[in-house]
Design a protein around this ligand. Structure first.
Ligand code: AMP
Length: 473
């Protein structure tokens, strides 16, 4: 399926998708939606960021649209279980966005907030209830909810629910739902317990899977540059001007951010185009063709827009913004090193993004070397100082800064030949620094700051992404 129109979803749903600027189904959506629309059970192997929420939400909404009966009091027609409050909130937001033209009663039942409101929400019955398992059971035990009216049961991030100790709660919940239900289960991995749970609660399920691209990580030279947010545009243009870039894919977190980067690059004389959800299909195709043919060397993309990008010869992936979903990092850098080639992935990390970096390193089980230099400088190009706080000190004619023995050149250029590949992270969670291409001199603690980059203070590095507002979409 290459468009949402081909699924035969209700018009009210496709209209909402157009408003959301969804054009092409992601692979998990293309596989799941037609199967789920037949009413059968599905087990899906997919991670967050693959579009799995719409993969189950759209067929469910379609089912409700086709049979708009009033739910009975204290029941729900669709029950979605998810491991965390944040994820539950995001799932409900998605149902509401895609179902905005349907008249549906929806609510959230999560822990950590008073129950009264949730009990009231349930009173008149709901079409869709998204819940964390513990709170859901509490509501059932208090007779605020009966599960006898559940037509569709979704278990999202089943493996995470297992890790969080919810498996017994889930078994209890499932036992209270009618056996004549449709069950959709999604999990990023399939440990034995989840396979057993699936065997117990799904009937002849169809299996859908999107293969993770994690296998390429080791082949890619990865580096991180710690810098001020404000320095990013100049450092990017410096990299693009001085490195041997064949094709560069630059990732930003937002569409707006992508457009801003294009403008900044154009100002410094670098041709670049953006591809994201606000661009028409025609524009996207034109830009992609130009990138493929080498007419544009630099493409700025958001994660979702990059999904369909299937271009060989991307020498550099640059994370202008670090993704708040660590799996997205793996997907992004997998755009280089395609077809067995090696590639370079450079990540900018501002102070606010330090928690995201920590999560990424935990996921890939590597410490990404930190560097302030770039590889493969073209002959004749100066070893320019990256921007940022460049003008806070005077540089001499050789680009060396005056001052107390600041030796920017003590850091060897990243060789780009694999020597400085990311190292296995030992003792993860400790203060980073073992991944540097060279130990920082204790006598010169602000060595990095001297070239315009700022490492976040240790305090910042222990902040969770949730603290940094990373949980929201
Ligand atoms: P999920 O994996 O469900 O958390 O989705 C990740 C992000 O992708 C969410 O922000 C969705 O709104 C967005 N998204 C999902 N499917 C599509 C699509 N087909 N086109 C554009 N964006 C999408």
């Amino acid at each position: 399926m290459t468009t949402f129109a081909e699924f035969g979803l209700a018009e009210a749903i496709t209209r909402a998708l157009t408003e959301e600027k969804y054009v092409t189904p992601t692979p998990i959506q293309a596989q799941t939606i037609p199967l789920a629309m037949t009413g059968g059970d599905i087990i899906g192997i997919a991670q967050t960021g693959t579009g799995k929420t719409a993969a189950f939400a759209l067929p469910i909404l379609n089912r409700l649209a086709a049979n708009p009966v009033r739910p009975e009091r204290k029941t729900c027609r669709v029950l979605v279980l998810s491991p965390t409050r944040e994820l539950s909130g995001q799932i409900l937001d998605s149902f509401r966005a895609y179902g905005r033209h349907l008249r549906l009663q929806t609510a959230l039942a999560i822990g950590g907030v008073p129950m009264g409101r949730q009990v009231r929400d349930l009173m008149n019955g709901l079409d869709i209830l998204v819940a964390t398992p513990g709170r859901l059971l509490d509501l059932v035990q208090q007779n605020a909810l009966k599960l006898s009216g559940v037509e569709v049961l979704v278990l999202d991030e089943a493996d995470r629910m297992l890790d969080m100790g919810f498996i017994h709660d889930i078994r209890k919940i499932v036992a209270k739902t009618p056996s004549q239900r449709q069950t959709l289960m999604f999990s990023a991995t399939m440990p034995k317990e989840i396979a057993e749970l699936a065997a117990h609660m799904l009937k002849s399920p169809q299996k859908v899977a999107v293969t993770p691209e994690a296998t390429t990580v080791e082949r890619i030279d990865q580096r991180v540059i710690h810098l001020d947010q404000a320095a990013k545009p100049d450092v990017l243009s410096d990299i693009l001007k001085t490195e041997k870039v064949n094709r560069a894919l630059v990732f930003t977190r937002t569409k707006h951010g992508a457009d801003k980067v294009v403008r900044a690059l154009q100002k410094s004389g670098i041709a670049a185009e953006a591809i994201h959800g606000n661009k028409s299909q025609n524009q996207r195709e034109r830009v992609l063709a130009a990138f493929r043919e080498g007419k544009i060397r630099t493409l700025i993309a958001t994660d979702i827009a990059a999904r369909g990008i299937d271009v060989d010869g991307v020498s550099h992936v640059i994370n202008y913004d670090l993704p708040n979903i660590p799996e997205s990092y793996v997907h992004r850098i997998g755009r280089t090193a395609r077809a067995g080639a090696d590639g370079i992935a450079i990540s900018f990390c501002s102070r606010d993004e330090a928690p995201f970096l920590r999560d990424i390193e935990r996921l890939i089980k590597l410490t990404i070397p930190s560097t302030d230099q770039r590889t493969d400088r073209r002959p004749g190009t100066a070893t320019t100082q990256p921007a940022g706080r460049q003008n806070t000190r005077h540089a001499d004619a050789n680009g060396q800064r005056a001052g107390k023995g600041r030796r920017r050149s003590t850091r060897p250029p990243y060789p780009g030949n694999g020597q400085n590949r990311p190292q296995q992270a030992h003792g993860h969670g400790q203060a980073r620094g073992n991944g540097h291409t060279e130990p920082r001199s204790p006598s010169n603690p602000d060595q990095i700051a001297s070239v315009g980059f700022m490492r976040p203070p240790a305090r910042e590095r222990t902040k969770s992404p949730a603290d940094a507002g990373g949980a929201s979409r």
